[in-house]
Design a protein around this ligand. Structure first.
Ligand SMILES: Cc1cc2nc3c(=O)[nH]c(=O)nc-3n(C[C@H](O)[C@H](O)[C@H](O)COP(=O)(O)O)c2cc1C
Length: 176
């Protein structure tokens, strides 16, 4: 009889006593890759006990951010360092309205391609810096995906989501 391979343990639901249950997952995409990654991140957050609400940046307004204590943005960089089309208006209104994030915990996943250096991940970096300027607290360092995303990249984003979730569960403190 063949020895059975050990099954990967499912992530345990986290103790969310110190956290808010809801996470807003914003998606900025041109061709859909970021949406695939955002869905995987949202699903992992859901497995861990959060209610993750995925929102296309085309539908988002700055006031949406004030309604959440936990935010995730998954977005690509497009055409020489710009935001993808569906994120342009949202990013502009964030710069104009400058909502107070007031310590809300956030994480950013960037999709890009090093072939576009020196514009690698510039949109994700810009949004991360803007969230910090607005008073957000980074729950986990920006997670970058270079090319792809391959299944391994998606798995990497899920692992990042778990790290982020642990920081959310701890009340927003940066994950070690
Ligand atoms: C026309 C074009 C322009 C791009 N420009 C950049 C760029 O300036 N910086 C970067 O890091 N990646 C750039 N990329 C790579 C994309 O970010 C990458 O393909 C990403 O997976 C696209 O995600 P999306 O499907 O969510 O739009 C570019 C890709 C294309 C096809």
């Amino acid at each position: 009889m063949q020895p059975r391979l050990p099954l990967a343990a499912p992530p345990a639901v986290l103790d969310l006593t110190a956290a808010h249950p809801d996470v807003l997952v914003l998606v900025g995409t041109q061709t859909g890759n970021s949406e695939v990654v955002a869905d995987a991140v949202a699903e992992r957050l859901g497995d861990l006990g959060f209610a993750a609400h995925v929102l296309d940046m085309a539908e988002a307004v700055p006031e949406d951010l004030e309604a959440y204590r936990q935010l995730v943005a998954v977005l690509c960089t497009w055409s020489d360092g710009t935001y993808p089309d569906n994120a342009v208006d949202f990013a502009e209104s964030l710069e104009a309205v400058r909502p107070a994030l007031d310590g809300a915990a956030f994480g950013v996943v960037g999709l890009g391609d090093r072939d576009y250096d020196p514009y690698y991940q510039t949109a994700a970096l810009r949004l991360r810096d803007l969230f910090l300027e607005l008073g957000g607290a980074e729950a986990a360092p920006l997670h970058d995906i270079d090319g792809g995303p391959t299944p391994a990249d998606v798995a990497g984003a899920e692992a990042w989501a778990e790290r982020c979730a642990r920081a959310f569960a701890a009340g927003g403190a940066k994950a070690p």
